[in-house]
Design a protein around this ligand. Structure first.
Ligand SMILES: Nc1ncnc2c1ncn2[C@@H]1O[C@H](COP(=O)(O)OP(=O)(O)OP(=O)(O)O)[C@@H](O)[C@H]1O
Ligand SMILES: [Mg+2]
Length: 252
């Protein structure tokens, strides 16, 4: 599903962010990416969704060489990859509903199917009742759940998260992590970058460790205290929230 062959990334100024990194992630896996600040985690993730290209080596995502995808085809790649960031990146003047439907709107889906997709995604993160709220009316954990719903709206095959719990307290972090694990149980491949060694130890799973741009460890951990997970239904029946009229906010 994700294949790195001897990938090197250098930034202008001579910084080598990734140094001949090779690994393979199979469909349906849940993998942590860890390493100290500056080790290359964000650089690695950005290459997967073609936010950047490597200087050497090859990256295959779903069998396609991402460096050779022409710019006009990049949106098709991004449709299969959901991305979640540490700072949520929600648009403050748009409602939760509008934030979540950003991508389907760009892709030209009609408003009825946007609504259906949005409420299905919001139900998965437990926020279907907050569709009309604005991001700043939500807690940090809720904002991150909205960002996850936005990433899930197109049922991506791969979910990439760059320190998604970095701005959250331990209880909320645990709740957000559980959400990623549940998304994975439903078949989505997840790659999650984190500094949080305690979290990794508790949960277990495969862990890729970067050190100064080199992949220094690729190991499976058993998990000392893994959470119990619930797998939400793939497509539940439309509930009352789905019929509630979303309120359009004013465009700034
Ligand atoms: N746009 C850039 N231009 C130049 N150097 C960069 C750029 N982005 C990252 N770097 C450098 O590349 C190296 C890897 O950075 P990266 O952001 O991938 O690390 P990280 O593991 O995500 O760190 P953190 O845990 O702090 O987020 C660092 O030395 C960083 O200074
Ligand atoms: Mg980073």
């Amino acid at each position: 599903m994700i294949h790195f062959f001897q990938v090197t990334k250098r930034y202008p100024g001579g910084q080598t962010a990734l140094d001949r990194v090779s690994f393979e992630i199979a469909r349906g896996q849940f993998v942590f990416l860890t390493g100290a600040s500056g080790a290359g985690k964000t650089s690695l993730l950005r290459l997967i969704f073609r936010e950047d290209v490597p200087d050497e080596g090859q990256i295959l995502v779903n069998g396609r060489n991402v460096s050779s995808i022409p710019p006009s085809k990049i949106p098709y790649l991004r449709r299969t990859i959901g991305v979640v960031f540490q700072d949520f990146r929600l648009i403050p003047r748009k409602t939760v509903f509008e934030n979540v439907t950003y991508l389907p709107r760009i892709l030209g889906s009609d408003s009825k199917s946007q609504k259906k997709l949005a409420y299905a995604a919001l139900r998965r993160v437990g926020l279907a009742h907050r569709g009309n709220a604005f991001p700043l009316e939500l807690s940090g954990g809720e904002q991150q759940r909205v960002a996850i719903a936005r990433a899930l709206i197109n049922e991506p095959e791969i979910l990439i998260a760059d320190e998604p719990t970095g701005n959250l307290d331990p209880d909320l972090s645990w709740e957000i992590l559980r959400l990623f694990l549940e998304v994975n149980l439903r078949g989505t491949t997840v790659l999650l970058a984190t500094h949080d060694r305690d979290m990794i130890q508790r949960v277990g799973r495969r862990v890729l460790t970067l050190d100064a741009g080199r992949l220094v460890n690729d190991q499976e951990f058993p998990g000392t205290d893994p959470p119990s997970l619930e797998v939400p239904p793939a497509t539940g029946p439309d509930t009352a929230e789905a019929d509630a009229e979303p309120v359009e906010s004013e465009t700034p």
